[in-house]
Write a protein that binds this ligand. Sequence first.
Ligand code: UFG
Length: 324
Amino acid sequence: MTTLVTGGAGYIGSHTAKELARRGRKVVVLDNLSTGHRDFVRWGAFEEGDLADSVFLDRVFEKHGIDEVVHFAGFIAVGESVEKPDIYYRNNVSHTFTLLDAMVRHGVERIVFSSSASVYGEPETERLAEEHPLNPISPYAWSKRIIEQVLADYGTAYGLRSVSLRYFNAAGADPDAEVGERHRPETHLIPLVLEAAAGRRDCIKVFGTDYPTPDGTCLRDYIHVADLADAHVRALDHLADGRPSDVFNLGNGNGFSVREIIEVVREVTGLDVPVQEAPRRAGDTPALVSSPEKAGRVLGWHPQFEDVRSVVASAWNWHRRDWA
Ligand code: UFG
């Protein structure tokens, strides 16, 4: 089985490429390296190029005999998407059409798509299940919501079957520290707190301390990237077994506050973390916690990194190696 991994030089894409290869699939990574890293392409073939280029896509599908697709490529910064909706809709929506049309042309009928918990918008319940109403509030979240709908419509029209995976907060790194989280610039909490612990930045700013949560800071559901990778392989197997299109939350089902994460970093690293309290960051919702039961029931997916300490420890292990 040959799997095309778009965005396979990125954070979640590279971990998934590793897991696919480990489970015996032939992997083809497609990435334009605009945010991905060449040294993250360690499993399978590499095709450097752009999703917008349908001639390039035709060549890749023909050359490798692609059987199925995992689609990670896309921009991910919620705040930036508010400032530059044009590039988010073009990259995340238009270029996905180019990919889907190439799939239809080449008779490839199975795709797993990187969606996001941000499609839910402001939570109306404490834990979010897949049936929660979808109310995206940023162009980034809209781009994910739109593609979920496009996939449903391509299913009806062209027989494409899809699984959309709604990630909560991806975190941690490959337990072997071969790949990890490397965003430039970095905006995510755990790597920033680790940088503060290591003295690579002055402090961690806590965005908002007056939220209606137990300690006043935002709650998030941190899910280990290796557990995400496992879920992608299970979703591909689900489709390869002839089962229907579906949508799943991927989270641990537990919320951790910003202050709790800082405390865990202190414990794991044994280092002090200088903290500065700062105003709320625009667009942040007080709590975003999954109800992940459906992925357990249907895909047999059960996160292995349940303890947030193990998530932070794997990230610390990777970052120290990457900085060196
Ligand atoms: N935070 C800080 N200080 C920082 C950085 C973050 O206090 O320097 C806080 C944020 O305010 C938020 C929490 O830490 O409360 C987590 O923030 P992240 O930026 O790490 O992650 P988000 O929850 O904002 O976003 C993540 C993904 C998005 C995705 C979203 C919803 O990055 O792609 O989850 O699934 F859309």
